[in-house]
Design a protein around this ligand. Sequence first.
Ligand SMILES: Cc1ncc(COP(=O)(O)O)c(C=O)c1O
Length: 177
Amino acid sequence: MKTQFGKPMREHFLFSSSWVNMNHGSFGAIPKNHSLIPNATSGIDTILRNLDYTTREHMVCFNTVYGAAERTMLHLAEKTGVNVTRIPLAYPLSDSEILHRLYTTVAGIRDKGEDVKVVVFDTIAFEPGVRMPFENLIAACRKLGILSCVDGAHCVGQILIDLSDLEPHLFVSNLHK
Ligand SMILES: Cc1ncc(COP(=O)(O)O)c(C=O)c1O
């Protein structure tokens, strides 16, 4: 739902209801549930480094994941012993097949008595440049009780995103693509 400019916007910021904020520009107003980040890479990196992992947990991604995000996952695997599970995708491929592969991968991990901490996926993959079925992947993660971490680089200006409707656990984007 859209919020009108002016006083109604105050509910989205960390202000007391009695506070009259005079200057966002110089001193910054911190939005609720949002953080400003230098770029998508550092956003994903910060999120993934701030989760706790065990050696019986997995970080799941597709093999189309952006290289920097994968490097963070591999680094965390070395540091914490968390497992990195890459789901192979070879195009052409239907969205429903991508969903199916996520479900079967998670089921396979759970069958071994292990679990998935987070699934990292893109709105638009970098290589090949395809739109991922991120809306359904977010919903699947919710259903499975797993954190979704969406790399939304490239999507601003190309895909209309309503985060309050999609409700990803974690979503990162940039404005320079
Ligand atoms: C899917 C994806 N994620 C992240 C990035 C990196 O974005 P940034 O430059 O904001 O760190 C790119 C860059 O092309 C990308 O394609």
